[in-house]
Design a protein around this ligand. Structure first.
Ligand code: SF4
Length: 237
C-alpha cells in the first residue's frame, strides 16, 4: 500500500504506516473476520445499554431486558419504570429506559414495525444519518450498529482506540472521539476497519495502557513516536 501521504486534519499519515501497523497487530492478535452480528435494532439497544458501563454489566442488562420482555413490541408497551427495573444492573437505568422507549416508539411510528433490517440495504452514511436522529444515539453508537450488525466500514472510537491512535500519530493529539472517528473513517481502507478496531482495543487493554504503556513489549514501537517523545520529555524535566 504505497501512495501519497494522507493529510488527516493537518497530520500527515502515510499509507505504508497504516499497512505496517495493521500487519504487526494482525500477526500478534490474529485478523478477526466479521461473521455476522445481531439484527440492527438489537445492536442499537445493546449499544445504548453499553453506554457508561462495563461490557459485563451491559451484557447482563441486555439479557435481563430480553428475559423480562422477549420481544421489542413488549418492551415498547412496558412502562419506563418497568424497563428501568429490568436494565438497572447497567447503570443510568432511568435515562437509558427513557431513550429505549422513545426510540422504539419513534421507529414504530415511522416504520410501522419494530425492525431495522432495511438498514442493511443503505449506504454507510445514510445509515449513520438515520440513526443519529434518535435521542441518545451519537456517532459512536451509530458506528457500532454499522460495524457490528451490518458488517460495514465505520469506526467506533472508544477510550482505547482514541488513546492508541493518538500515540501512534494516526489522529491529532487534540482530536475528540468524534473527530478521530471521522478522520479514521476518512483514510482507513474499508476492509481493515473491522479487524483493526478489534485489535486496537485488545492492544489498548493489554499493552498500550492508559497510565503506563508497555512500550518495551510493544510490536508497534518502531511505528510510534510516543516512547521517544516521552523519553525526551523526561530528560528535559
Ligand atoms: S509504543 Fe508504547 S505508546 Fe506506542 S503503541 Fe506501543 S505501547 Fe502504545
Amino acid at each position: 500500500m504505497g501512495g501519497p501521504l494522507i493529510y488527516n486534519q493537518g497530520l500527515a499519515v502515510s499509507p505504508s504506516k497504516i499497512e505496517t501497523i495493521c500487519s504487526l497487530l494482525f500477526s500478534k492478535y490474529g485478523q478477526p473476520q466479521w461473521k455476522g452480528g445481531r439484527d440492527p435494532l438489537s445492536e442499537l439497544i445493546a449499544t445504548i445499554l453499553s453506554q457508561n458501563t462495563s461490557d459485563r454489566n451491559s451484557h447482563r442488562a441486555f439479557l435481563n431486558l430480553k428475559r423480562r420482555f422477549p420481544t421489542w413490541e413488549e418492551v415498547q408497551k412496558a412502562t419506563q419504570g418497568e424497563i428501568a427495573e429490568a436494565i438497572k444492573v447497567g447503570g443510568l437505568s432511568a435515562q437509558k429506559a427513557n431513550r429505549i422507549k422513545s426510540l422504539l416508539g419513534r421507529i414504530y411510528q415511522e416504520e410501522g414495525v419494530l425492525d431495522l433490517s432495511f438498514l442493511a440495504k443503505m449506504e454507510v452514511n445514510q445509515v449513520q444519518r438515520y440513526l443519529l436522529r434518535f435521542k441518545g444515539v451519537g456517532p459512536k453508537t451509530a458506528a457500532c450498529v454499522v460495524l457490528f450488525s451490518l458488517g460495514k466500514p465505520s469506526m467506533p472510537v472508544d477510550t482505547h482506540i482514541l488513546r492508541v491512535t493518538k500515540r501512534l500519530g494516526l489522529v491529532p493529539h487534540r482530536a475528540s472521539a468524534v473527530q478521530a472517528q471521522a478522520a479514521l473513517e476518512g483514510f482507513l481502507p474499508s476492509p481493515l476497519i473491522y479487524p483493526l478496531h478489534l485489535c486496537l482495543i485488545e492492544h489498548g487493554r493489554k499493552i498500550c495502557k492508559a497510565k503506563r504503556p508497555l512500550c518495551a513489549d510493544c510490536v508497534l514501537r518502531g511505528e510510534c513516536d510516543y516512547p521517544r517523545k516521552n523519553e525526551f520529555t523526561k530528560k528535559k524535566t
